[in-house]
Design a protein around this ligand. Structure first.
Ligand SMILES: [Zn+2]
Length: 368
């Protein structure tokens, strides 16, 4: 039998706020294979033709998203590294070539699979301010839907500004607007760009500001003028992470809605500063949209609630996001309601009430 050529020399864990990195230092590059399992959640890394040095213990306590790491010779031909994780994670694996100063490294990055959900919950239950991006749809060259008296881009800017003002009067919330005038947001402050890059730029604006919740405000149109009422759109997290091709999802059972849980946090004192990776929560966009529509229903007619559609602004896994169609500008009654500033204010108030209900209930769930 030929002795394994490659030595696993060291393992290092670096736990950041939202991400955990495990680095395996190897004497050479090595062929590897990854498989993932549940109960407990684990990532299995098989290193072919590798052996461990004495420095590597058979079991190491983890940090961040990693619970424990076990290393054992699985067959004479391969060394098996089992990374047990505290929750279902997304993972990214890179083999880095040796340089003059450093050994070859296998870099394994982990982040929570439901990152947007985890972030919005952490923000809701922490003492810090929740940053909410309010996105008035369209703008500039893009009028959106047109009614008899008002264009969608102008209407949604008015409602969005009202919503942002209301949010900013809350002690534990801050609003940012993706546009605050009749402009069309484009990357690098360019004057013009396509629809898709404008939508992505709106998400980037929100991300740069540290937003955990993205609320996009629109008004609808349809060729049949009789169609009226508000609608709200949101996506389950499982529809979001697939869009990020760099990360792979650990095997997981389809999970049903369940309570928010915290990892490693027991006392009320600690609950005030949990990180996103200490939160187990998913599909929070759907939870938030449920709460908002409950409140909207009290002030305007709702046509259909909690719908799912692959709008770009709903596809980010960085934050929770909802898109509200405030009613149909093509319906004369709806337009009449929407152009009235009193109703614009009522709509903004209802949206905020929904968000506050969500944050309150999230806090109650973890402090009970
Ligand atoms: Zn629109």
């Amino acid at each position: 039998m030929v002795a394994a050529q490659t030595a696993l020399k060291d393992m290092r864990i670096n736990a950041e706020k939202d991400k955990t990195r495990l680095v395996l230092d190897l004497s050479n590059e090595v062929r590897y294979k990854i498989l993932t399992l549940n109960n407990p959640n684990r990532l299995v890394v098989d290193l072919y033709g590798a052996r461990k040095t004495n420095k590597i213990k058979s079991s190491t306590k983890g940090n961040g998203l990693i619970d424990t790491i076990r290393v054992a010779k699985n067959t004479p031909a391969k060394l098996r590294v089992v990374i047990e994780t505290k929750q279902v994670v997304l993972y990214k694996v890179n083999m880095l070539k040796a340089s003059q100063k450093r050994d070859s490294r296998l870099v394994i990055d982990l982040k929570g699979m439901y990152e947007g959900s985890q972030k919005v919950v952490a923000s809701a239950i922490n003492n810090s301010k929740m940053i909410i991006a309010v996105d008035p749809g369209h703008g500039g060259k893009d009028p959106g839907a047109t009614g008899k008296k008002i264009k969608e881009k102008d209407l949604v800017l008015k409602i969005s500004k009202r919503l942002a003002n209301l949010i900013n009067t809350e002690p534990d919330m801050t609003a940012i607007l993706t546009r605050n005038d009749d402009s069309f947001p484009c990357p690098n402050n360019n004057r013009s760009c396509g629809q898709k890059s404008s939508l992505n730029e709106r998400l980037e604006i929100a991300k740069r500001a540290g937003a955990v919740l993205f609320i996009s405000i629109h008004a609808n149109s349809f060729r049949d003028q009789r169609i009226r009422g508000a609608e709200i759109y949101a996506l389950p997290d499982s529809a979001k992470f697939k869009k990020d091709e760099h990360w792979k999802a650990m095997y997981h059972n389809k999970q049903s809605k369940s309570r928010i849980k915290l990892i490693n946090v027991t006392s009320g004192k600690q609950i005030k500063n949990v990180t996103a990776s200490e939160v187990i929560a998913f599909d929070q966009s759907l939870q938030i949209s449920d709460k908002i529509i409950q409140e909207l229903r009290k002030v305007i007619r709702v046509r259909k609630s909690s719908r799912q559609a692959a709008f770009i602004v709903l596809g980010s896994n960085d934050m929770a996001s909802v898109l509200i169609e405030t009613s149909y500008l093509t319906n004369p009654e709806d337009e009449k309601i929407l152009i009235n500033p009193i109703n614009q204010q009522k709509i903004a108030e209802a949206i905020l009430k929904g968000v506050k209900k969500y944050t309150r209930e999230s806090r109650q769930q973890v402090t009970k």
